[in-house]
Design a protein around this ligand. Structure first.
Ligand code: ADP
Ligand code: ASP
Ligand code: MG
Length: 410
């Protein structure tokens, strides 16, 4: 008998028929004697619909009110799910984040979980119920509803699993696990059987949205095994666990893409000490997260500064940067929303050289221009024109033979 947290994403609970099917799956586990906690997302498309509605009211919707509407999608699915279980003759009870309670900070629309009370859930589990919890939401110290950022239900599920000391957390979604690249972009993608927390953190941070990065962070910190699998089949998925010796020692384990960033360039900046802090201080002060930064040296005392910010913060960032550029006497500011960051990830890169060079060669063979590059021990990222995303992903997947297991030669 185990304590299991199962999370179902938006496409898994997209309509009443699917909700009933998912309820059936959970009841089968319950019948085997497991203690079940279920975390649900909103029905597919609902969260986007709420954002659209809010923007019809206010150009920059009030963050507190935004969270009141955003959290409503999950409120619907948990209630429907509990009803489906009751209709089938078992007992279930649904809870919202503030009822549980899932305490967060007050950063509306991107709040962080600080603490989870487990008492209420334990009590109802002890009474033999299936406990259903709304994903993606919490409550701050002012009793205001908060949400955790897009894709945040994964984080709710893993954080609950950690707090309840669950045996494992299953993330049910619309693909059969974590693949070498997005299987919806490239059919040749291969399912990975087991992957370490660190490698998964890297994949998630570089765009593999199959798991929200913060959920992997929680899993690593509290050692919660995650099983990513399909809602629509019984096939074994991908286990995300602590690194061990038997794990595939892949040279490159995956190719990711991220179309959610935009590029800003400040040209001909006076190259003097303190200039970077003058530029980036106001941006971070506005809560905008800068990802890649590149500085080029020109002949003379001038330099160019290029960096990326989330697409959703692009307008605000441009406004700020144009002001700063004037203050510091830079020549001009340019930018583009139409970029994509393509990355290759793999712990095997630590011990092998030439991987980055192969990546540049592959992109060059496809006549794809690279506008920014960044590397770390286990990844290489290139910023390219957004329209070449799919082409780049496929070419890199082929070049590193990811459809097969590419264990490096010793
Ligand atoms: P859910 O609504 O269940 O949370 P998401 O849409 O957030 O589902 O995540 C699943 C999607 O992640 C898949 O449909 C797939 O297109 C995408 N994805 C991106 N990269 C990967 C990857 N490396 N492996 C599997 N899926 C991926
Ligand atoms: N419903 C939220 C979203 O669409 C949270 C989630 O599905 O994880 O982002
Ligand atoms: Mg998701």
């Amino acid at each position: 008998m185990a304590l299991i947290v199962q999370k179902f994403g938006g496409t898994s609970v997209a309509d009443p028929r699917k909700i009933k099917a998912v309820a059936g799956r959970v009841m089968a586990y319950h019948d085997k004697g497991h203690r079940m906690i279920v975390v649900l997302s909103a029905m597919a498309g609902e969260t986007n619909r709420f954002i659209d509605l809010a923007q019809q009211m206010q150009k920059m919707p009030d963050p507190r009110e935004m969270d009141v509407i955003l959290s409503s999608g999950e409120q619907v699915t948990v209630a429907l799910f509990a009803m489906a279980i009751k209709e089938a003759g078992l007992d279930a009870i649904s809870f919202l984040g503030d009822q549980v309670k899932i305490s967060t900070d007050s950063m509306h629309t991107k709040a962080r979980i600080k603490n989870i009370d487990t008492e209420l859930i334990q009590k109802h589990l002890d009474e033999g119920k299936i406990v259903v919890v709304a994903g993606f939401q919490g409550v701050d110290e002012n009793n205001d509803i908060t949400t955790l950022g897009r894709g945040g239900s994964d984080t709710s599920a893993v954080a609950l699993a950690a707090a309840l000391k669950a045996d494992y957390c299953e993330i049910f979604t619309d693909v059969e696990g974590v693949y070498t690249t997005d299987p919806n972009i490239y059919k040749a993608a291969r399912k990975i059987d087991r992957i370490s927390y660190d490698e998964m953190l890297e994949l998630a941070s570089l765009g593999a949205k199959v798991l929200d990065i913060r959920s992997v962070g929680f899993a690593k910190r509290y050692n919660v095994p995650i099983h990513v699998r399909s809602t629509f089949t019984d096939t074994k998925g991908t286990w995300v666990v602590k690194e061990d010796k038997e794990m595939e020692d892949m040279l490159v384990s995956g190719v990711t893409y991220n179309k959610n960033e935009a590029r800003i360039t400040i040209a001909k900046v006076p190259d003097t000490p303190g200039i970077a802090s003058k530029i980036f201080w106001p941006i971070s002060d506005a809560g905008i997260v800068v990802d890649m930064i590149i500085q080029n040296t020109r002949a003379g005392e001038l330099t160019d500064m290029t960096f990326t910010v989330p697409k959703t913060d692009y307008d605000r960032a441009m406004e700020l940067v144009e002001k700063i550029a004037q203050e510091i006497g830079a020549e001009r500011v340019t930018g583009s929303r139409d970029i994509a960051k393509i990355s290759i990830v793999g712990v095997g890169m630590r011990n092998h050289s030439g991987i980055a060079t192969t990546m540049f060669q592959v992109l060059s063979n496809e006549r794809i221009n690279i506008s920014m590059i960044s590397t770390s021990e286990i990844k290489v990222s290139c910023v390219i024109d957004e329209k070449y995303t799919e082409l780049a992903v496929r070419a890199l997947h082929d070049a590193f033979a990811l459809e097969m297991e590419n264990v490096p030669d010793e």
